[in-house]
Ligand binder design. Structure first.
Ligand code: ABF
Length: 224
């Protein structure tokens, strides 16, 4: 199976976790996009969605699916999103798609987090994928120095094809930190959260995935 077929398979399997009549949190990225297209086929069963990025909101609306502002809902039954890396215990690196802050906020208020990923995302130790950290632009250099002190090699993410910083939906910038072998994801998440100027770190360990649907050549595996 191709990687896209694996993503499609997990997106389809995630529909079983959608709760009828409820608000569904929807992630960002190519796997989440497959899920959005599946969700469109059962859109009449849900109350609506909260989106983790402008791109996801546009795709949902394109399918005629209601998108609510998070401030206008009291709870989210389930949040369904991809990951850049995930461990068997559900700790993740996210943010390759630059939506980590909104993803983390939506995940934090969701009753259940279902991660959908192709099998290549499963790792023993997080860190081969450079860890994204969203920062306020004025704090960029100061935060980069502190991330280097933690043992990583921080690099400012650029808008593709330019020499300019990539700017997120929130007006933040992204620092990608390579060279970390993350043996204590919860501890590192707390440590990076404490750096002044950090908006969010793409380590999802304190609130990891409750369920991971992993696409493999033998079918969709469920890790809990
Ligand atoms: C989002 O999409 C991100 O947190 C993660 O960076 C990315 C995964 O993308 P894809 O599904 O395209 O591999 O979930």
């Amino acid at each position: 199976m191709t990687q896209d077929e694996l993503k499609q398979a997990v997106a389809c399997a995630a529909i079983a976790y959608v709760v009828d009549g409820e608000i569904i949190g929807v992630g960002t990225g190519s796997t989440a996009n497959f899920f959005i297209d599946e969700l469109a086929t059962i859109k009449d069963r849900i109350k609506g969605t909260v989106a983790s990025s402008e791109a996801t909101a546009a795709r949902l609306r394109g399918h005629g699916i209601a998108v609510y502002d998070l401030n206008d809902v009291t709870g989210i039954a389930v949040y369904i999103d991809g990951a850049d890396e995930i461990t068997a215990s559900g700790a993740m690196i996210k943010g390759g798609g630059a939506a980590l802050t909104r993803e983390k906020i939506v995940a934090s208020v969701s009753h259940q987090f279902v991660c959908i990923a192709d099998g290549s995302k499963l790792v023993q130790t997080l860190g081969a994928f450079a860890l994204p950290v969203e920062v306020l632009p004025m704090a960029r250099a100061a935060v980069m120095r502190q991330l280097a002190d933690l043992g990583g090699q921080p690099r400012l993410r650029l808008k593709p094809g330019t020499e300019h910083a990539f700017v997120t939906d929130n007006g933040g910038e992204i620092i990608d930190v390579a060279g970390l072998s993350i043996t204590d994801p919860v501890g590192l998440e707390q440590q990076i959260n404490q750096i002044v100027g950090v908006i969010a770190v793409g380590l999802f360990a304190r609130r990891g995935a409750d369920v991971c649907l992993l696409g493999t050549s033998e079918g969709v595996k469920t890790l809990t």
